[in-house]
Design a protein around this ligand. Structure first.
Ligand SMILES: Cc1cc2nc3c(=O)[nH]c(=O)nc-3n(C[C@H](O)[C@H](O)[C@H](O)COP(=O)(O)O)c2cc1C
Length: 362
């Protein structure tokens, strides 16, 4: 059923905003605060969505859009579309099937899934749950490098296709919603390794284990040693994108971590063009933050991203209806993207360029 189509029964959830509203009703307050919240005054969190809205689409008409191709090339591989599921920790709090359900939704829709280091289950278990899903592994580098090495080799052995090193979380952001609504210790695969015996971990306790001294030399080391392509997630400036390239990364994710780390940094959409200008011809530049509509995805490509990651809406789908809900969220976004390609007069996703956009005047 198409979003907005006549076949949707009255009251059905037909947009990502509908899923967010419904998830908020179903999740307990603490879980919702952890998922939805951002850092400090949440200016960056709000601007992530607003920045896409500040861009108007300048459509072409009468170009013939009967056949459309949403396909793009990412890390040298052809993919059916440019949507990727962002790495998000602790998905078992949204639904008991957690990351396994998300991975199955990814497989069903041809979407790449990034599996978080702080997943509720191991990278191997996610691979078993959805062997057909294309999976990338998101790496938080711990002070204990033994844990890091073990995670990477498990990811390599269980068929993950890339490593995403998160660079914007040397320490946790100032998350006031989390302080007001603390989530109790959550079962994570690394609980036993990181907590003193308990087997569960709060998000804050987990972040305290990350190595705040991670440097570019570590990225260079990983790029050399790891058989998988390494991407650096959390880059916001052209200078850092150049450094990622110089230290062997294959790509960068222009991201502010969903507004959860340093408040008042720019939105993904606003930081993207300068990074594309600097390295877009030599690195795969991806973007995330505030992607909520098919038109946002179109705008990300127009600004030069090869693909875009969507975060929270997948958790809303998961909270509402497990695997089916997560799948539905992805299907809605992809159907909207297809509609946007047609209506903007750009039937080939790989040919979408900056001429498609103008500053919005509303
Ligand atoms: C609940 C939650 C948990 C997250 N956990 C991680 C994580 O473990 N590793 C990581 O690199 N990014 C993490 N992120 C950031 C996302 O990967 C992504 O950058 C961001 O959520 C995208 O913005 P969006 O939620 O507005 O789509 C998390 C985000 C949320 C909302």
């Amino acid at each position: 059923v198409e979003p907005g189509g006549e076949q949707n029964p009255v009251g059905a959830l037909i947009s990502l905003a509908d899923y967010e509203r419904e998830a908020r009703l179903r999740l307990d307050q603490d879980a919702f605060a952890y998922y939805a919240g951002g850092a400090a005054d949440e200016l960056t969190l709000r601007d992530n969505e607003a920045a896409w809205r500040r861009l108007a689409i300048m459509p072409r008409v009468l170009v013939g859009v009967g056949e459309r191709d949403a396909g793009v090339t990412v890390l040298g591989r052809r993919r059916a579309h440019p949507l990727i599921i962002a790495p998000m920790a602790f998905q078992a709090m949204a639904h008991p099937d957690g990351e396994s359900a998300t991975a199955r939704a990814a497989a069903a829709t041809g979407t790449v899934m990034c599996v978080s280091t702080l997943a509720s289950v191991s990278p191997e278990a996610v691979a078993h749950a959805a062997p057909l899903a294309t999976r990338w592994f998101q790496l938080y580098v711990f002070k204990d490098r033994g844990i890091t090495a073990e995670l990477v080799s498990q990811a390599v052995a269980s068929g993950y296709e890339a490593i995403l090193v998160t660079a914007d979380a040397p320490v946790a952001g100032v998350r006031e919603r989390e302080l007001r609504h603390p989530v109790r210790g959550l079962p994570v695969q690394l609980g036993d390794a990181l907590a003193a015996g308990g087997g569960t971990l709060s998000p804050i306790a987990a972040a305290a284990q990350f190595d705040p001294d991670l440097r570019w030399a570590d990225v260079a080391h990983m790029s050399r040693e790891c058989p998988l392509p390494v991407l650096v997630k959390g880059v916001l400036t052209p200078g850092d994108a150049e450094r990622a390239l110089a230290h062997g990364a294959r790509g960068v994710v222009v991201s502010n971590h969903g507004g959860r780390q340093l408040d008042t940094v720019p939105a993904g959409a606003d930081a993207l063009p300068a990074v594309v200008d600097a390295v877009g011809d030599r690195l795969d530049v991806l973007v995330d933050g505030g992607i909520r509509r098919g038109t946002d995805l179109l705008k990300a490509l127009a600004l030069g991203a090869r693909a875009a990651l969507v975060g929270r809406p997948v958790l809303w789908g998961l909270a509402v209806a497990g695997e089916d809900g997560a799948r539905r969220v992805l299907e809605i976004l992809l159907a909207e993207f297809d509609r946007a390609l047609a209506l903007a007069g750009v039937p080939d996703a790989e040919r979408v360029g900056p001429e498609l956009l103008a500053p919005a005047r509303w």
